[in-house]
Design a protein around this ligand. Sequence first.
Ligand SMILES: [Zn+2]
Length: 93
Amino acid sequence: MHPLPILESVLTCPHCGFAAVEVMPTDACLYFYECTSCRTVLRPKTGDCCVFCSYGSVKCPPIQMVIEVQGKNVKPADKPDSVQLHTLASVPK
Ligand SMILES: [Zn+2]
């Protein structure tokens, strides 16, 4: 078990190599980020949804959630909780 989503990402500027820890917004993608060192405005690479996916150490929260859901779908269906719920529901009053 690991907590998701991770909200802190280390953005590394491709121009000057400066790395800054930035907190990612969970309700929006960040398309533009100005490097605090060289003032270069970073934009997402082609195919990436935000600057964190392109230059960050951690993918943005929406992407993390997609990866998490896909991972769960791959795992075999083993739900002891639903079995227990079914048993409780079928107990006569
Ligand atoms: Zn920079």
